[in-house]
Design a protein around this ligand. Sequence first.
Ligand code: NAI
Ligand code: A1CAB
Length: 269
Amino acid sequence: MFDTIKSRGLVLLGCGKMGSAMLEGWLKQGLPAASVWVKDPFPSDWLKAQGVHLNEALPESPALVLVAVKPQMMEEALPVLKTYGNGDTIFLSVAAGTTIAHYENVLGAQTPVIRSIPNTPAAIGRGITGLIGNSHIDEAGLQLAENLLSAIGQTVRLDNEGQMDAVTAMSGSGPAYVFHLIEAMAAAGEAQGLSPELSMALAKATVGGAGQLAEDSAETPTQLRINVTSPNGTTQAALEVLMDDTRGFPVLMRDAVDAATKRSKELGA
Ligand SMILES: NC(=O)C1=CN([C@@H]2O[C@H](COP(=O)(O)OP(=O)(O)OC[C@H]3O[C@@H](n4cnc5c(N)ncnc54)[C@H](O)[C@@H]3O)[C@@H](O)[C@H]2O)C=CC1
Ligand SMILES: O=C(O)[C@@H]1CCC=N1
């Protein structure tokens, strides 16, 4: 799967939480550390222990550059790789907000660019990445990126770049919403008198198990919810709160995803 990468190399510009989650997935899938060059002024101890080329001279013509710096650091970081622009090195961006046009402006208008948004479950091969390429990416380039990304989870091609802000707000940021759900459930259990340890164990296993069931089951999440809900039972009592029209989950989630979508647009402006 990694043949082109092995012969030409892979460069990571920035290797913090997201870059490390992806690199961890690739190394686990058999990508040799010797094929990876990382540029990051503040490498973590984990990164230093991986055996990749760290802040060394970069290869002449890598197959792919993964851009995983914060959008706010882009201006300083990206121009360093300008020599790879307008060539056949593919730039694969995971930065929220940063547009394809921005990469073309900085690196050159002929540069093959793929804009994508992964998420941190990539570290355990359970991520999902939305992606879209510019007009200089051919099918082989898209497939190379998809092959790489499929080592860390599912991939989905978008129809247009305009969808990226909402995708970022859903699957990119979404793991944080689920982690917060776990925190909130655990706190609610404690409020009912359970110990913090028991409450957290119940919350984690419930969210993890329900998520896996929703992905694996032939039934819809709506049907799975109905399956749990006995008439006039405990679940119904809870859902009357959670599904309330004015203060329930749907309105809260819509506002949260709307706020994240707006922020993604601002980052790209
Ligand atoms: N964390 C997440 O769940 C997701 C993050 N992203 C995107 O991934 C990108 C990185 O985010 P995180 O990994 O969370 O941030 P982070 O802060 O953990 O990582 C950024 C890394 O860039 C490095 N860096 C700073 N200046 C640099 C420079 N001039 N050259 C090279 N490296 C430099 C930092 O030392 C750091 O290790 C962002 O653009 C974000 O929008 C996308 C999807 C999900
Ligand atoms: O919070 C952020 O801006 C990044 C993008 C998606 C997840 N983390």
